[in-house]
Design a protein. Structure first.
Length: 138
């Protein structure tokens, strides 16, 4: 029986992989949006944000199982220290709330405008985090 391969990637590799995953989730959000599937678009936009946040955590050697913990650590280390603007932290928290409502509230109706805003936030988060990560990796 073949033995499983060990993880041999670096923190940089993991960071880049998570940024790529974030971009793929954003692409999925846009496809769902174009298909008028706003709940699904909200979900994918949020996961784009979540994966981007986890890209930064990879550089620090941190990993979180719970979304709340990953976002909390991001806010503590990167928003409160003003590496990223406070407004971005607020947008991320709102995105998490909207994703949760879209996924779990039976009668939640996601609007086109809301999904469009979620996608814009995801785009902004990915762009800012990717730029920051690239500066750290150099």
């Amino acid at each position: 029986m073949e033995q499983p391969k060990e993880d041999v990637g670096t923190q940089k590799d993991l960071c880049l992989y998570r940024i790529q995953t974030a971009k793929e989730n954003l692409k999925s959000a846009k496809i769902l949006f174009d298909a008028d599937e706003y709940k699904g678009a909200n979900n994918r936009a949020y996961y784009a944000i979540f994966n981007a946040i986890n890209a930064i955590h990879a550089l620090d050697g941190n990993a979180f199982k719970r979304h709340k913990d990953a976002i909390g650590k991001f806010n503590k280390d990167y928003v409160k220290t003003e590496i990223f603007p406070r407004e971005l932290g607020r947008k991320i928290c709102e995105a998490e709330e909207i994703r949760h409502a879209s996924d779990y509230d039976d009668f939640y109706i996601a609007s086109r405008e809301e999904a469009e805003r979620q996608i814009a936030v995801a785009d902004e988060v990915i762009e800012r985090i990717e730029k920051y990560c690239m500066e750290q990796i150099k």
